[in-house]
Design a protein around this ligand. Structure first.
Ligand code: GLN
Length: 389
């Protein structure tokens, strides 16, 4: 038999998605892969039911249905502080997963270097490998997960083609400050580098933190490929609706990549999602309040159990310190946690370049009752998982 491609050899399947399967196997409360167990807004579901009997069952325009792009451009124009053109500056993709992959294939050639902050969202490792790019990792240091400007500049000096910026950040919950973003912008300009953003948690930010769109910074529009999705904002992770917003010459190239990767996102789902894109500001305020409540509930619960964790400024993940259990392998810990305690988590090592094995990631995008159940189970953590010698 011939060998399979060398491209697929250097990475494993996604550990995040694998932990969902492990959770299902053991009947664990799944706080691993980040998705809600509560319903999307009723108006979206009603509109989805209506679309079944409408004429939206064939391909939409490959880079997105006209009314979806118009509604999206109108919403993002309000937020990003510039008029986004729905025809030339938007590409609708199958989730931000495709948006990020298409963005990488659009800007990077095999052998190009790409700056990635560590910890990072698992997909970026695979994105760089599949596009043939070489990551340069720049550490973010706890507890604030700030980067060291000298280390970032050292990475820029290696002539990277692009920098990937996940803001608000998965898994560490960092919301980059204006000052930090300005530093990155200054270097991106001086070293002439593209910035690919992943802003899927743009609406999940905790006071007093504020989300600043990188593309809105002075001079940055021209070199920024903004990626995001509707998954987290409207609790529709299964609809797979994401997008790229970028200047026309970048969007043009991304349209070609996207066309041959997937042709397009699901037409009836785009049609139904327009309802969400047209929601008023009150919807986003309410979303923020809901997640703030969940964050507080969950963090307080972890505190009561004496478990050491990060304090997310945005997104819906916490990193829990499991040092006291002395495990060599955080993956083994997560398997024991799912089986013995009944809570699903993602091993922190999936997110770090550095050899980190003392953290696990939990998320709190769940009904309050689910979070209480998880906390109840975690109350037995020290009884059920004994420290390794
Ligand atoms: N972003 C989510 C997470 O980090 C999951 C995304 C996905 O699995 N596509 O868990």
């Amino acid at each position: 038999m011939p060998e399979l491609s060398k491209r697929t050899a250097p990475f494993t399947d996604s550990v995040i998605r694998r932990m969902t399967r492990v959770s299902l196997q053991y009947g664990a409360v799944n706080l691993s892969q980040g998705f809600p167990d509560f319903d999307p807004p009723r108006a979206l579901l009603d509109r989805l039911a209506e679309t079944a009997n409408e004429n939206v069952h064939q391909y939409s325009i490959t880079w997105g249905a006209q009314n979806f792009r118009e509604a999206l451009a109108e919403k993002q124009s309000r937020l990003m502080g510039r008029t986004v053109d729905p025809n030339s500056e938007v590409v609708v993709t199958c989730g931000s997963t495709e948006a990020m992959m298409a963005a990488m294939l659009t800007v990077a050639d095999p052998g190009d270097k790409v700056i990635v902050f560590s910890p990072f969202y698992e997909n970026y490792g695979a994105d760089t490998i599949l596009s043939g790019a070489e990551p340069i990792y720049v550490p973010l240091y706890p507890p604030d997960f700030r980067f060291h400007p000298d280390e970032l500049e050292a990475a820029f000096r290696q002539h990277p083609k692009a920098l990937i910026l996940c803001n608000p950040s998965n898994p560490c919950g960092k919301v980059f400050t204006l000052e930090e973003l300005s530093l990155i912008a200054d270097m991106a300009e001086r070293y002439d580098v593209f910035v690919i953003t992943d802003e899927v948690y743009e609406h999940i930010v905790y006071e007093p933190n504020r989300h600043v769109y990188f593309a809105s910074l002075k001079g940055m529009w021209e070199r920024t490929v903004s990626c995001s999705s509707l998954s987290k904002t409207y609790s529709i992770t299964g609809w797979r609706l994401g997008y790229i917003i970028a200047p026309a010459h970048i969007a043009d190239a991304a349209k070609k990549v996207h066309d041959f990767l997937t042709v397009g996102a699901a037409a009836p789902l785009q049609e139904a999602a327009v309802t969400g894109l047209r929601f008023g500001d009150d919807y986003y305020k309410k979303l923020q309040n809901t997640y703030t409540e969940k964050r507080n509930l969950f963090l307080r619960g972890l505190d009561d159990l004496g478990l050491v964790h990060t304090e997310p400024q945005g997104a819906y993940y916490v990193l829990l310190d499991i040092s006291e259990f002395g495990y060599e392998s955080d993956l083994a810990f997560c398997e024991d946690l799912a089986r013995e305690v009944g809570v699903g988590a993602v091993p922190g090592s999936s997110f770090f370049r550095e050899p980190v094995n003392h953290l696990i990631r939990l998320h709190f995008a769940k009904k309050n009752e689910t979070l209480f159940e998880a906390l109840n189970r975690l109350a037995d953590l020290r009884k059920k998982i004994k420290p390794q010698k």
